[in-house]
Structure formats: structure tokens, C-alpha cells
Design a protein around this ligand. Sequence first.
Ligand code: FES
Length: 197
Amino acid sequence: DLEKWARDHFKVNSIEYRWSTHDMEGFDRVPFIGKFADRIYGATGFKGWGMTHGTVAGMIITDLIIGHDNPWRRLYDPKRSQLKTAGVQTITENVHVTKKFLASKLPSAKKEDFAALPEGEGQVIEIKGKKVAVYKDPQGNLHTRSAVCTHLGCEVNWNNAEKSWDCPCHGSRFDCKGKVIHAPAIKDLPQVNLDKE
Ligand code: FES
């Protein structure tokens, strides 16, 4: 979408660089900063605002440790996730994840589509009821992995900008050959031997 917008508005000859990242955020979009457990302080969920909230975290945690009150302590309290609104947000988010999970179970392309797959690109296809993540490298070799995310079983999507398999449910990412590169998944996508399928 961004590339299309750029091309619609400017004369673009080529796209030289791409950039992306994952930003963590809390239920209510406010970071968690404070005491997580006995003698354990932490700060997370900055949602891309690390320069600001890193400073805020330093101030709050310093005050907590030396016993001074801090006017922002309650706002960022990590235990506020027990608030009612957080519960509603959690349900909404889980409905979203469930939808993605169910959508990922719908059938997609067929085996013959291998020939049409351009070099350097990936595609999820269904072979005998199994979702397979197929990547064709620049030399034309196929790399086939299960398309089922090793975290909780959603179907991964091909990310053509970064040549990776990305999971829409909780943000796990795998490289083009199925090696895990971003949690929460900790295991690689299992290899699929097409001859046996
Ligand atoms: Fe949770 Fe994929 S199912 S990240």
C-alpha cells in the first residue's frame, strides 16, 4: 500500500530500501513501567516511543527504589492490566486472533502453482490438506516448510519485502527457509518433504 501511494504521488524509478519492525504495546497502549515482582523492576510496551518512555522509566524506577512518590507511578503500573477495560481489550484481541486462525484454515492454491511461483518469492499452498510454505530461491530451488506457526498454529504469510514468513496472530517471524527469527515462536517451521506428500 505504501509503495502504491508513493508511486501515485511521486515519480518513483525503483525502491532501494525497506524497513519494518515490531513495536510492543500494552492493552491500553500505555507502557508497563514499575515493579514486576519482589526486587524486580521493568519497563516494556513502549510502542515505538522508547526515547520518551525510556526516560520516564528511569525516573519512575529510580523513585520506586529510593522510596520517593512519583506522580506517574499509577498510570504506568504493570499491575493495572487487571482493570476492566483491559479485559475487554483482551477479548477483542483474542476474537481477532481467532478470526485469523479460522481464516488460515481455508484452502488456498494447488500443487501445480509451483511453476508459476517467481524466483525469490514464497507462497502458501495446500497439498493433501496440509498447508505448505513454499519458497523458491533465486537459483530456482524449492524450500518447503509447514505453514503452521510453531507458536499456536496460525498460518504464516509470505512477506515479500523482507523475504520472511510472518505469523499474523502474535507476530512470530521465520526466515525464507523456515528458521525462527522472532518470538513468541521458538521452534523453526518443520521441513516438509514433497515426495512423501
Ligand atoms: Fe502465535 Fe503464530 S500462532 S505467533
